[in-house]
Design a protein. Structure first.
Ligand SMILES: C[S@@+](CC[C@H](N)C(=O)[O-])C[C@H]1O[C@@H](n2cnc3c(N)ncnc32)[C@H](O)[C@@H]1O
Length: 189
């Protein structure tokens, strides 16, 4: 397993390097119709890199983060409410959030079906989901997948078309944007 509990400093200072400009543009586009105080949950938030980018797009939202690694969460910015927990058993009431983010975290979840059922549970009616991850159908995506397996991670990487189908089976309408070896998904219920 990757020792995320000890990697907070690294992600705080270097985590944003993995986010390219088109990814951030997709994120701002995803957030453009949100009104003040709508709540977003960053699952596998780590130090909160994705929420920090989202805050630059819209600083009036309520930002909440969940991650099993306290050593990552302790580097989160002050506007991010942090909770220790796993995607497969979210520590929140039903229908708590207007949107969910997953930034490079989906592939770390042990049980994707359990995590997606939890997303459905905590999202409000008409809720939205934004995912950023690496495409296992590309050369670089395969390299990252191989490296993560070496570290004993689940490495549940998807090809975007397969993830789209999977999310549609959960009732989401899905738009995929490909950016070389990376992609984003904007989905809504
Ligand atoms: C590569 S880091 C990404 C962190 C952050 N989202 C970012 O973009 O920098 C993956 C994160 O997923 C978290 N993680 C691993 N397993 C998880 C699970 N089952 N549920 C939720 N988060 C998990 C790790 O602790 C780690 O913080």
């Amino acid at each position: 397993m990757m020792p995320f509990n000890n990697l907070g400093f690294v992600f705080k200072h270097f985590g944003s390097i993995i986010y390219s400009k088109p990814i951030l543009e997709d994120l701002c586009l995803f957030l453009q119709d949100f009104s003040d105080k709508e709540s977003v949950l960053d699952i596998g938030a780590g130090t909160g890199v994705m929420s920090e980018f989202a805050y630059r797009c819209n600083d009036r939202l309520k930002f909440v983060a969940v991650d099993p690694a306290e050593g990552m969460l302790k580097y989160a910015p002050p506007y991010l409410e942090t909770h220790i927990g796993a995607a497969e058993a979210l520590p929140f009431e039903d229908s708590s959030f207007d949107a969910v983010f997953m930034g490079e975290s989906l592939h770390h979840f042990d049980d994707i079906d359990a995590a997606l059922n939890e997303v459905l549970r905590v999202l409000k009616e008409g809720g939205k989901l934004f995912i950023y991850d690496f495409d296992r159908g590309t050369f670089l995506g395969k390299c990252v997948c191989f490296m993560e397996r070496v570290f004993g991670e689940p490495a549940n990487f998807y090809e975007p078309a397969v993830l789209k189908e999977e999310l549609e089976s959960y009732g989401f309408s899905v738009t995929v944007m490909k950016h070389g070896w990376r992609y984003t998904v904007s989905a809504s219920l």
